[in-house]
Design a protein around this ligand. Structure first.
Ligand code: PLP
Length: 291
């Protein structure tokens, strides 16, 4: 694992040591959470699902009336360089773009105000992640108290942070968020899935107020290739507890089996074969297609 002292960040066009890296106290990301982010997985020093995350970044920015701070090609170069300078082989690369620096006023700053662009990268212990997936993880449920535009990947993550903290305090890995009608929307930083008694995969539809996970999308395609039926339909916590398997997806978690919900076992209470198979195929494809 890299030392924090040696870590390098990209900040507005320059690569700088963490000790010297910083943004203004008037940054709109700090003042209003007026910014978006993306996270790419890194496997073997290369970015996974590059296109999916780049497309979602463009969409998040455009929904908030911000332009891409640079071309996709230039961005890929910056992300790769951040990965290289931090000697990340397996890990993540994080990008944040905010509406820039301006005297505090809720309304947007004048047109032409430069966006703030920050990129960091860190290593992840893949062997530890594999061991975690082999054991399966616990989730707890929490009410979904987020705003109505969870499809935009904004840095406004306080409800997600509160839910994740509740999970940690309960000794769980993730919190599954439950809407007012009793249906699971997604996890605090992952998408939620079950495998029903007939072997069909179920996950919330993208018309709902969820983040359209890139890993989720890749998995829907992978499932189609494997001729595994996918129903993009809401499910309740009771349905998840009655399912034969449950799992979660994210760029950083790939496909990770869920073995308990609120302390009660899902299926056998052990990681299931469908999630296991999807995880290894997802990883194989992600490595082959990485940039
Ligand atoms: N849902 C939420 C709320 C998230 O924050 C994330 C990832 O950060 C995901 C789902 C998974 O998305 P992806 O597969 O694109 O990493």
């Amino acid at each position: 694992m890299e030392s924090p002292l040696s870590r390098i960040a990209y900040v507005n066009g320059r690569f700088v040591r963490y000790a010297e890296a910083g943004v203004s106290i008037e940054d709109r990301g700090f003042q209003f959470a007026d910014g978006v982010y993306e996270v790419w997985g890194v496997l073997g020093g290369r970015l996974t699902d590059w296109d999916g995350h780049a497309e979602r970044l463009e969409r998040s920015l455009s929904e908030l009336k911000m332009a891409m701070p640079m071309s996709q090609a230039a961005l890929l170069t910056v992300l790769r360089e951040t990965v290289r300078r931090n000697r990340v082989v397996d890990g993540i690369v994080y990008l944040q773009v905010t509406r820039g620096v301006a005297r505090r006023d809720h309304a947007f700053p004048r047109p032409g105000t430069p966006l703030t662009v920050v990129v960091t990268a860190k290593s992840v212990d893949l062997a530890a992640e594999e061991a975690k997936a082999a054991r399966g993880v616990a989730v707890v449920t929490q009410p979904d108290i987020r705003w109505g535009r969870c499809d935009i990947k904004t840095v406004g993550l306080l409800p997600n942070a509160l839910a994740k903290q509740a999970a940690r305090e309960a000794g769980a890995y993730e919190a599954w968020l439950v809407d007012r009608d009793g249906y699971v929307t997604e996890g605090s930083s992952t998408n939620a899935w079950i495998v029903d008694g007939e072997g069909r995969l179920r996950t919330r539809d993208t018309g709902a107020n969820i983040l359209r996970g890139v890993t989720r999308k890749t998995l829907v395609t992978l499932a189609a290739e494997l001729q595994l039926p996918v129903l993009e339909r809401p499910f309740t916590v009771a349905e998840a507890l009655g399912a034969s398997e449950a799992f979660l997806t994210a760029a950083t978690a790939f496909v990770t089996p869920v073995v308990t919900i609120d302390g009660k076992p899902v299926g056998s209470g052990r990681p299931g074969p469908v999630a296991g198979r999807l995880r290894s195929l997802y990883l194989q494809q992600a490595r082959n297609r990485s940039r």
